[in-house]
Unconditional design. Structure first.
Length: 826
């Protein structure tokens, strides 16, 4: 009975072990992921059928009696074999994703089961003459089992053949590599079952072991998405064999040459010390020790070139790439250089660079940057957030293969629109470009010209290039955004933008110990330290000027805590440059396993920017803010020359200042002068006049230039009235009367306004008779009074109260000028 205790015979040990191994593989699949896909369910069915088959073998070998009368465990074997073949063939079809349907497969499996049943039940009896050809190997007693073996073999061969046909026609190297794994697994299973069914020791034991290996490899093929490249592995094995053979040939050739050339000499020279054979062996060993390493290196290099095609130096590629993109602020140029370099290094047919254009609450909008190989690629693509695709790219920070999207159950839940969008691009790999855990771009890479899949070193290189690209891409993206908004900005702002445009980015990378591994030319110019003095040395030894700043602490925080710093400004004294302002961006430098390998630093010299900002702020002291912001709207305004325009000119002079100056020391006198001139200038700027110039203790203001003002005359009058009121209030506040007042003259008319001087130094001013008349009126204005010309009075008489002052004979004019004294203004 089955319940009776028994000892397993030695022949049953291996089937039990294989059954346990297959059961463990099935349980491992169930624990690793839910078997939602048909592929997983079919393979699990195959594993558990194999367990049943192996347990049936154990029962047969152990000669356990079946509990069913008239039924033996051997009768179950052909049914199990047929089901194994049909299940594996169905699994292989689901794995291969063929375009053709084969309903006959199931029908043939059902036919095999029916034939087996009819033969075992005796419903179909074949004449003994049909078995004469087998010399007793096939007979009526085992015909059902032989039929089951034949049916199983047919399905296994069909699975292997279908894989070979599809592998020969598939354009995807990744899919072809995956199919090759399935083919190898299938062939191992066929060989294993064939060895076992020979029923000869030790072949049947070896067959069980091969069955276990084949099942394990098939499970690995199903479970793992990114399988190692079999072609690369095979070429490496061949390369090792070739290098070994070359080494052996060199050894033998060395022994032969030493014996032929130096044999007699050594025999005579060392006679009495060493015999001829030993002397030849010693000399040969010495020579081969010297030449072994060079010969091995040369043979290894030639073998790699022969077997692997393109060969690149990892560090050299990264350094050249960084130098290419570090100073590129135009996105189109950056994309062209970046993708051209990657195409050349990896031998790609096509590639593209997508950047994040915008994002909303639910989706990411990516823009295609123009580059070689992007013809036919949509200008923009859209991906939904919080999907398995964006999870892989952003959260997991891992590359994503299109083949993985197509076959992996994990990505079946991704929106169909996103899957179709990426599939239509016809790229093999998508490499995320991240900045501060945010997606800013994606490398899209097509197949290699060689048809080979991407290697692990290729992926590690691409991840590093993506990290380097993130820094340049962020700067270029910001610059691109600025460019779009510069169409209607002033020339002064355009000038500032050009300054920023011309500033280079210094890029430095260090390893985890602080040694500099990359140091570009821009960094040389900014930090005034040559590259040859930096690479390979600790940054603290070569960038000594930064040791007294917070720079070392920033490096330590990034390396140890993976902190990120953006636009962090420091001030340092650099040899040969003096005091400079530096803006730093720091981020961890990570490898393909997302492990921090060092620090990436981007250095911007913002010294000039700081200076220009100070100049801009100083400029605003002389013009009203509205004038400063609107002045450069026409670039012609910043060129030498001018144009005729109606303006109102205001001159104000401090009366009594000469006498007052005799009572004060020079330092206090300058302070007092600045106080009064500031009151005058502030009054002019308050009404958006242009502060033209200071002339000793006088000031000149222009209205209606450079900006047109329809009410420029009344603005000038109100500025003059405000000036007089401010000085009176000032005297009341300080509690004393200094005897200083403003004499003000105002006149309007046409004048030539524009830039006067030379191209390197120009002043914006007004020239003409109108200016001269205003100046002469001011010279004749008593302290505390505002005199208006008749032209001014006629323009403001409805808004201001003025009385006739006098007919004023001005120097240089034949006719007198009628002037009015301002009394008040609305």
């Amino acid at each position: 009975m089955l319940s009776d205790p028994m000892m397993l015979p030695s022949q049953a040990i291996f089937p039990v072990g294989i059954a346990i191994a297959y059961l463990a593989l099935g349980l491992f699949m169930l624990s690793s992921r839910r078997p939602d896909a048909a592929l997983d369910r079919l393979f699990l069915a195959y594993l558990f059928l194999t367990v049943v088959w192996m347990l049936d073998l154990v029962l047969i070998i152990s000669q356990v009696v079946s509990p069913l009368s008239g039924f033996s465990w051997a009768d179950l074997a052909p049914y199990t074999l047929i089901l194994l073949g049909v299940t594996y063939w169905t699994f292989a079809r689901a794995f291969l994703h063929p375009s053709w349907r084969s309903p006959w497969g199931w029908a043939m499996g059902a036919l095999g089961l029916v034939l087996t049943t009819t033969l075992q039940a005796g419903w179909l009896v074949l004449p003994p003459d049909l078995f004469a050809w087998s010399n007793g190997w096939v007979h009526p007693g085992n015909i059902a089992f032989v039929l089951g073996v034949g049916w199983w073999l047919a399905y296994m061969v069909l699975a292997a053949y279908g894989g070979m046909i599809l592998a020969a026609h598939t354009p995807s190297p990744a899919h072809k590599n995956r199919i090759q794994y399935l083919i190898i697994s299938t062939l191992l299973l066929i060989a294993g079952y064939g060895l076992y069914l020979s029923l000869r020791d030790p072949f049947w034991t070896m067959g069980l072991i091969v069955i276990g290996v084949g099942g394990t490899l098939a499970t690995y093929t199903v479970m793992v998405e990114d399988l190692p490249d079999l072609g690369t592995g095979g070429r490496r094995v061949i390369g090792m064999i070739i290098v070994t053979l070359i080494t052996v040939v060199v050894y033998l050739l060395g022994i032969y040459l030493v014996r032929r050339v130096l044999g007699d000499f050594l025999a005579q020279a060392l006679a009495g010390y060493l015999d001829r054979t030993l002397a030849v062996a010693v000399v040969t060993a010495l020579l081969l020790t010297i030449i072994h390493a060079p010969i091995r290196q040369v043979s290894q290099y030639l073998t790699n070139r022969l077997l692997f095609g393109q060969h690149y130096d990892y560090q050299e590629v990264i350094q050249k790439y960084t130098q290419l993109i570090s100073n590129r602020l135009y996105l189109g140029e950056l994309a062209h250089l970046a993708m051209s370099h990657i195409n050349q290094v990896l031998g790609l047919n096509r590639s593209a660079l997508f950047i994040l254009e915008s994002e909303s609450g639910e989706q990411l909008n990516l823009r295609t940057l123009p580059a070689m190989g992007t013809n036919g690629v949509p200008k923009t693509i859209t991906l939904k957030k919080d999907t398995p695709i964006t999870q892989r790219l952003i959260v997991e920070r891992r590359p994503l293969a299109q083949y993985t999207i197509d076959i992996s159950q994990q990505f079946k839940s991704a929106p169909e629109y996103d899957r179709q969008t990426l599939r239509a691009l016809n790229y093999e790999w998508f490499i995320p470009i991240l900045k501060k855990e945010q997606l800013i771009g994606v490398f899209a890479l097509g197949p290699k010209k060689s048809g080979r899949p991407y290697s692990a070193q290729d992926m590690r290189l691409l991840n590093t290039l993506a990290d380097q690209t993130a820094l340049a891409l962020e700067n270029a993206t910001l610059f691109d955004g600025m460019q779009r908004n510069l169409a209607e900005m002033t020339q002064m702002k355009n000038l500032m933008a050009n300054v920023f445009d011309s500033m280079d980015n210094g890029v430095i990378t260090t390893d985890i110990l602080g040694k500099i591994t990359l140091y570009n030319r821009a960094a040389e110019a900014i930090l005034a330290v040559p590259s040859e003095q930096c690479v390979g040395l600790p940054y603290s030894e070569v960038l000594t000027a930064l040791n007294n700043t917070i720079f070392p602490n920033l490096i330590a925080n990034v390396a140890r805590r993976e902190n990120h710093y953006s636009d962090y400004e420091i001030i340092s004294e650099l040899p040969g440059r003096g005091r400079v302002n530096l803006s730093l961006n720091l981020a961890p430098l990570k490898d393909a396993q997302n492990q921090t390998q060092g620090v990436t630093i981007v250095v911007d010299d913002v010294t000039e920017t700081k200076r220009l900002r100070a100049v801009h702020d100083m400029f605003r002291r002389y013009l009203s803010p509205a004038v400063v912001d609107r002045l450069p709207s026409n670039p012609v305004d910043l060129q030498l020359g001018g144009h005729r325009q109606e303006v109102t000119i205001l001159f104000a002079d401090i009366r009594g200042f000469t006498t007052f100056s005799e009572q004060l020391p020079p330092e206090e006198l300058v302070d007092t002068l600045n106080e009064y001139l500031s009151m005058a200038a502030t009054s002019i700027l308050m009404f958006e006049g242009t502060l033209d110039k200071f002339m000793g203790d006088a000031v000149m203001g222009i209205f209606n230039a450079p900006l047109e003002q329809t009410d420029h005359v009344i603005r000038a009058v109100r500025a003059a009235a405000t000036m007089q009121r401010v000085i009176r209030d000032y005297h009341q506040n300080i509690g004393q009367e200094r005897g200083l007042t403003f004499g003000i003259g105002i006149h309007m008319g046409e004048a030539v306004v524009g830039n006067v001087g030379m191209s390197d130094r120009m002043d914006y001013t007004a020239i003409g008779d109108t200016v001269n008349v205003a100046k002469r009126i001011q010279e004749n204005a008593p302290g505390g009074k505002v005199l208006l010309s008749k032209a001014v009075y006629q323009m403001v008489k409805d808004s201001a109260k003025a009385v006739f002052y006098q007919e004023m004979q001005l120097r240089g004019r034949a006719q007198p000028i009628t002037t009015y004294e301002l009394v008040s203004v609305d």
